[in-house]
Write a protein that binds this ligand. Structure first.
Ligand code: GYE
Length: 342
């Protein structure tokens, strides 16, 4: 009994002691950020939205179906997204593009500058100026030769791959032809589209023995494509294929062949690039054999990239477009043509 009593007393003493000994002092609380201190903190800048953006867009000009679709893509998508778009049509003059770029650099409202470059060179000065002015620069459609730290990204086609595809298709079209003489209608001199398509075609044409005997710019237009082909046909009719770097020049060549008494698509195979509505009609009429697609509907991708860049996200330097090839021999060609947006 005594022992039990003693035990209870001891336990009571222990508990009292424990209760009285202060626990480990907690780490001193961070001084409560005074509201004032919090107020001093620059508010984490809210991410910008499309409605916050003013974009200066420098277009090449309005040289044909592809360009019209490209321009419409940017104007319509800007409207849908609530972007304030300052659209500039350079009427296919490089000097107009450069001066517009300068103006957008000086324009305090402009956050982003989008450029479809007429030529690959001559951009470093305005790009450096844009960098100093804190402008985000995005290239669409055409690449340029400039250090890629001077722009955030380029969204456009692999023109060299389009050229390679064109050569493979022309080889197929001429597989039963002993002679494989090809004439090339080139886009505007100095543009990445013209340079790269020509280079890509030449990379592959040797595989079937194609020989390019005539090559000249038709400046992407039906009229000039026709005039250049007419001049060549006055010299000789010894040609088996025409490689037109865009549909419009191909349609011009078709008119010239017909007026020279030749049957386009048969006597002379005709292949073009873009896959616009005009090309589908010419294929359905049997005048054009093949068109290699080049996608003009780039606005959604470009605006998305611009917004990401404005909000500090880093982007891949090139986002190539996904594209196909269409042939006059495609079974459901009419159906495809009916489903096209441009
Ligand atoms: O092929 C042509 C337009 O840059 C991809 O420019 C574009 C080219 C297109 O004039 O039709």
């Amino acid at each position: 009994m005594k022992r039990m009593l003693l035990l209870v007393v001891v336990l009571a003493v222990v508990f009292t002691l424990v209760a009285c000994v202060p626990s480990q002092p907690a780490a001193p609380a961070e001084p409560a950020e005074t509201e004032a201190a919090q107020a001093e903190q620059p508010a984490a800048e809210a991410a910008k939205t499309y409605e916050d953006l003013t974009i200066g867009f420098i277009q090449t000009g309005s040289e044909g179906g592809w360009r019209a679709a490209n321009t419409a893509s940017f104007k319509e998508t800007a409207e849908q997204l609530g972007i304030n778009l300052k659209f500039y049509d350079a009427q296919n003059k490089l000097e107009n593009q450069v001066s517009a770029f300068h103006q957008f650099n000086q324009d305090k409202d402009v956050d982003v500058i989008i450029l479809a470059a007429l030529e690959t060179t001559g951009w470093e000065e305005v790009l450096k100026e844009a960098q100093e002015a804190g402008k985000v620069v995005v290239l669409e459609d055409r690449r340029i030769d400039a250090p890629d730290d001077l722009y955030v990204t380029y969204i456009g086609s692999d023109f060299a791959e389009e050229g390679r595809k064109a050569a493979v298709e022309m080889c197929e079209l001429l597989k039963d032809s002993e002679k494989k003489i090809v004439w090339e209608l080139v886009g505007n001199v100095g543009s990445s589209a013209a340079k790269d398509r020509g280079q890509g075609f030449r990379e592959k044409m040797g595989e079937c023995g194609i020989e390019i005997t005539k090559s000249q710019t038709g400046n992407w237009s039906i009229t000039e494509g026709k005039q250049v082909t007419e001049a060549w046909l006055k010299e000789t009719k010894d040609v088996q294929g025409i490689f037109a770097q865009n549909d419009e020049m191909g349609l011009g060549a078709i008119e010239a062949l017909k007026e020279a008494g030749l049957v386009p698509g048969e006597d002379v195979k005709v292949l073009s690039v873009d896959a616009t509505a005009g090309a589908f009609k010419a294929m359905l009429d049997g005048d054009l054999n093949v068109t290699v697609e080049c996608n003009p509907l780039l606005a959604p991708q470009v605006y998305e990239a611009a917004l990401k860049a404005v909000n500090g996200e880093s982007l891949p330097k090139w986002v190539p477009s996904q594209e196909g090839v269409f042939r006059a021999t495609d079974a459901n060609l009419q159906e495809i043509a009916d489903g096209r947006k441009y």
